[in-house]
Design a protein around this ligand. Sequence first.
Ligand code: 5GP
Ligand code: MN
Ligand code: MN
Length: 327
Amino acid sequence: MNNLMAVAEAIKKARRPLLCGHVMPDGDSLGSVLALGLGLRLLGKEVTIVSSDPIPDLYHFLPGVETVIVGKVPEGRYDLLVAVDCSVPERLGSALEAFVNNGLPVAVIDHHVNDQPFGHYNYVRAEAAATGEIIMDLLDLLQVPLNLDLAINLYTAIVTDTGSFRYENTTAETHARTARLLACGIPVSRLSNQIFGEQPLVSLRLLEVALGTLAVSHCGQIAWMSISREQIKSVGAGDQHIEGLINYPRKIKGVELAIVFRELDEQRVKVSFRSKYRVDVNLLAKKFGGGGHVRASGCTIEGRLEQVKELVLKEAKELFRGDSHGR
Ligand code: 5GP
Ligand code: MN
Ligand code: MN
């Protein structure tokens, strides 16, 4: 049943909740989990927040981030696992996946397209621009008053998943919620610089290397880049510096579908998809065992970088067969 009230009731009853987001955490995953964590602490709960993967430096400014435990779940008697911004248990990461089927009740709060969420209590709203929007509603239901720390986390969740309110998922509701956050006094300009306006030098070095691989399909509607482990190593970058690279193939005029291939190791490649108006990239990622949203999705595919590129591009080009749109 898709019921935020039921999720709120389960959370109200919990005394020692374990909260988590997804692997390779982004602004929505972190902002949502931290806002919920800070809110539940205000209600006197003993909250543990765990992230399977390290937190990108970019997000180290988030209030409460120092309380996140990375890579392991500390021993403890938890009474509820709350997973946010995560549609499948595998995306909780290795530190947390084991907690899903061990008898601990699970609540899922998410905005990915998903008709079979994995919790005992679920609330999935695919129309929400960010999970952070739902967390705001949940905090209202729990009667937690907004404060500056909560607002900074919620704003970060929303501003990152909407690409600064530029993506199709941005609605009047998104702006109405954001107006409440601004009223808490968040420093918008400073946050914009921290999140979008500044990057470490290695990110730009990585961009330089990645742009060298930029390619566009014959029809002009698909653009892609690929990054090998060797290339990442050659500039001294890490996985955290890859976020945002997909915006470059996406920027090209006439391109509908942007793809980034990232070699994880010799056997696995992470693929990110973005579309502008027409292609349902959730369906495309699903063909390879992944998922996400209509305009942003991803998957991890077994195989070597070149093999995976060939496989995915073949499928992508099928979508535009006989279509001269955009040329
Ligand atoms: P990104 O390309 O930024 O990693 O992910 C874009 C969107 O697709 C996010 O909403 C993310 O949750 C989803 N996504 C990325 N990779 C996977 C995956 O391997 N499996 C699923 N189910 N969703 C993914
Ligand atoms: Mn996310
Ligand atoms: Mn999200």
